[in-house]
Design a protein around this ligand. Sequence first.
Ligand SMILES: Nc1ncnc2c1ncn2[C@@H]1O[C@H](COP(=O)(O)OP(=O)(O)OP(=O)(O)O)[C@@H](O)[C@H]1O
Ligand SMILES: [Mg+2]
Length: 288
Amino acid sequence: MLPWKFLAMGRRAPGVGNLPLHLLRIFKMFNLMGKTISIANQKGGVGKTTTAVNLSASLAVAEKKVLLVDFDPQGNATSGVGLVKGGPKETIYDVIIGQRRLHDVICDTEIAFLKAVPATVDLIGAEVELMEADNKESGLKEALRGIVDDFEYILVDCPPSLNLLTVNALTASDSVLIPLQCEYYALEGISEILRTIELIRESLNPNLAIEGILLTMFDPRNNLAHQVVEEAKNHFSDEVFETIIHRNVRLSESPSFGRPVILYDILSKGAVNYMDLAKELIHKNKRP
Ligand SMILES: Nc1ncnc2c1ncn2[C@@H]1O[C@H](COP(=O)(O)OP(=O)(O)OP(=O)(O)O)[C@@H](O)[C@H]1O
Ligand SMILES: [Mg+2]
């Protein structure tokens, strides 16, 4: 089913918590509240989870307090930060169905400043339950309400679909980071996620911004990859992050060790790229 079927058009969303929007903007401006960023693209395998895990870890080693929320039933971000799938008994599913508060399911990781909320395949069930609920688009937003002040960045790893889980993530977020794989059809798929963002802005979350488009899996030896970079920059100019994530074997190996690449091989191109991305993001969000 298309995501906009779920959207109650014309309804204006309140700010985070019960803050009026103008106060919310002032709080955000002075970094008095955490920023929630969804990592989303309905296309599969473009580097969403790799970005969620490694950007979170890189921000955390830069001593930013980060919460990584796995919002994909595949649970890859969960295992990517070393939480064994099925290990933590309580997950984001229990929060969405109202059995637990988010606070109760936050787990520590190897990096002190990085906490994570795990997901398992159960989350598919939460989607079904959300459909019946009054707050079907805002379950995650309500869950995050109590903890936004405890973190500087909250990163949400979305599933490869524009389903109700993704609608929840976008409704709960201040911005969206869109990974775009440097390959032939990459730009074609992006219009779908941009249209969804527009619909969410019109109805559920008028403040939803685009944090940036991130070019991933760039292979400098491949001419096509250079063309994709050029086209993305022509189309989206400032919205494209300057940092480009190269294709790097260490990035694909590190999840099997349950570690972000920075703990697996700090000197690898992948680790350096994601540290650069963290720096760029921090700089972008600094206020004069
Ligand atoms: N920069 C990179 N270099 C090499 N391999 C990468 C890179 N980024 C991601 N990969 C690998 O590509 C595959 C897909 O990446 P990832 O899981 O991050 O994508 P995804 O968008 O989250 O996928 P899904 O849509 O299934 O959730 C994984 O095997 C990952 O290890
Ligand atoms: Mg993923």
